[in-house]
Design a protein around this ligand. Sequence first.
Ligand SMILES: Cc1cc2nc3c(=O)[nH]c(=O)nc-3n(C[C@H](O)[C@H](O)[C@H](O)COP(=O)(O)OP(=O)(O)OC[C@H]3O[C@@H](n4cnc5c(N)ncnc54)[C@H](O)[C@@H]3O)c2cc1C
Ligand code: HEM
Length: 490
Amino acid sequence: MLNVPTQSFPAAGSQQRVAPAGQSGRNKVALKPGHSLMDWIRFAKSGRDHTGLRGRLIEVTEEELKKHGRRDDCWTCIRGMVYNVTPYMDYHPGGEEELMKAAGKDGTELFDQVHRWVNYESMLKECLVGRMAVKPLAVKGTKTHTYSTVNIVVYTKRKIPRSGCATIDLQGGVLRLEALLGNMSYMLHLRLTEEVEGSVEVQTAGSVGKIQLSIPKQAKGKWASVGQPLEFHNSFLRQKDRALHYRDCVLVSKTEVNHNTSVFRLQLGCGSVMHVPVGKHVYLKTQVQDAEVVKPYTPVEQSLIPVVPVDPTHGSDLFLMIKVYPDGLFTPQLDTLHIGDHLMVSGPEGPFSLRPLRDVTHLYLLAAGTGFTPMARLIQLSLQDLGSIKSTKLLLFNRQEKDITWRSQMDELAATDQRFQVEYVLSEPGDGWPGQKGRVEQSMLRDFLSRPEGSRVYVCVCGPSAFTELTEELVRQQGFSQEEVHTFQG
Ligand SMILES: Cc1cc2nc3c(=O)[nH]c(=O)nc-3n(C[C@H](O)[C@H](O)[C@H](O)COP(=O)(O)OP(=O)(O)OC[C@H]3O[C@@H](n4cnc5c(N)ncnc54)[C@H](O)[C@@H]3O)c2cc1C
Ligand code: HEM
C-alpha cells in the first residue's frame, strides 16, 4: 500500500515559505508593509524616472554594468537586457541579499535557478536601462598570416550542422556573416581594409562549432587589421530581432513540375554563400508596379532522389518549387522572369527546429498542395541522416491527379526504400482514381497515424491555413501532444 503523506501548503522547505528569522537560502523574506507585488506595480507605474535616463535606452558594456553593483545603484542583466533594480530592492520577495548576488553582472543563471517563470520583463519594464552590448560567443579574426588570403574564424561554442548555419555576403569590400544558432543570430559585419577578390570559401567543422572563411586578397601583403566594424558587427541577437537582409540572385533555370508549378533555380552571386536549414523558408522580393512585394518560399533540393551536382561551384543555388496563381500578386510577376533576370532573396527564417526529431522513430507528414515543399527535404533528411527514424509517411492532399508534384519520384522512393510510404488524397478525383478521395478528416488520420509500442512519433503539417488549422486540431484529437506536432505557418 502506498503511504500518502499529509499535505501542507506550502510544503515544508518549499521555496514558497517565508524564512524563519535568521534562516537564509531560497526562502521568501517578510517584506515591509506597503511592499507587495501590487504595491511595486503601482510604484513602478507612478511615472517616476526609475533609471535616471528619462526613458532613453542605452547599450551597456560589461565595464559599465560592473560599475552599478552597489545596494543604492544596482543594475543587473537578464537575458541580454539590463535593468536598474535599485528601486525594486525592497519589493523583492527573495530579499535584498539574494538580488545583490546579481548586482553589476549577468543575473540570468541565478534568476533561472530560483524562478525561471517570474515575469521580470513586465515587472521591470520601467527599470529597463537598455540592451547589453553583447560580446560575440567568441570570434577569432584578423588572421593575416598568409599574404594572399584573409582568414576569419568564428567559434560558436556549440555544435552546428555539418552543412553549415551561416549566410555570408561579400560585396563591395563589405563582409557580412550571419550565423543562425537556435533562435539566436550572431553577426559579423566588416568593411575590409583593402581590396579582395569577390569570392568567399567557407568551411564548417560542425562538432567543434567552427566556421572558417577564406577570402583571396587582390594584392598580396600584410594588413594591419582585417577591417572596420560596421553596424551590428559582433552582435548576438534573437533572430526575430534582426532585420531581414536581402541579396541579389539570378534565375538560372525554370523546370516545370506540373501544369501550374515549376522549380525555379536561383543562383547567388559568387560573394554569397547560403545554406537554408531544413524546414526554414526564405523571402523573395521584387517590384510589382512600383511597389515592393515580398513572399516566403521553402527551398527544396534539386530532386527528391539524390542527383550528382551538375556544377559543384554552384553549391549555394536555391531550388524553389512555386505554384503560379494567374490572379496572384507575386507569382505572375515571377513567372514573367527570363533566365538571367535578377531578384532579391533573404536569409533563412522560420521557427522549425530539428531538435524534437531526435530519437523520433515514426515521422508523419501531412501536406496539402505546395505545403509539400518543407516535406520534401524532411523526407530526404529522415532517410539519409536521421538514423532513429524507422518510418516516414507522407499523406499528400491535392485537388486533381495532375496537381501532384514529384509523384514519380515519390513512388520511386517508396518502391526502393521501405522506410518511406506515400498516400495521395484527391478532393476532385477523376474517374478510376484508385486512391483516397475527399478532404482531411478524422477517420483518414486514424488509419494513417499509428503509435506502435515503444515508438516516438512526430507529426508535421503544412498547407493553406484552413487545412493546417483543421489538421492540427484533428491530430491533437488523436492524442498527439503539442510537443509532437509542428505546423508550418507564415
Ligand atoms: C512559410 C511559407 C512558405 C511557403 N512556401 C511556399 C513554397 O515553397 N511554394 C509555393 O508555391 N508557395 C509557398 N508559400 C506561399 C507563397 O508565399 C505565396 O503565398 C504564394 O506564392 C501566392 O503568392 P501570390 O502573391 O502569387 O498570390 P496571392 O496574391 O497571395 O494570391 C494567391 C491566391 O489566393 C487568392 N486570394 C488572394 N487574396 C485572397 C483573399 N483575401 N481571399 C480569397 N482568396 C484570395 C488569389 O486570387 C490567388 O488565387 C509559402 C507560404 C508561407 C507562409
Ligand atoms: C532581477 C530581477 C528579479 C525579479 C523581478 C525577481 C522577482 C521575484 C519574485 C516575483 C519572487 C516571488 C516569487 C513567487 O512568489 O513565487 C522572487 C522570489 C525570490 N527571488 Fe527573485 N527576482 C529577481 C532576481 C533574483 C535573483 C538574481 C535571485 C538570486 C540570486 C533571486 C532570488 C529569489 C529568491 C531566493 C526568492 C524566494 C524564493 C522563491 O520565491 O522562489 N531573485 N523574486
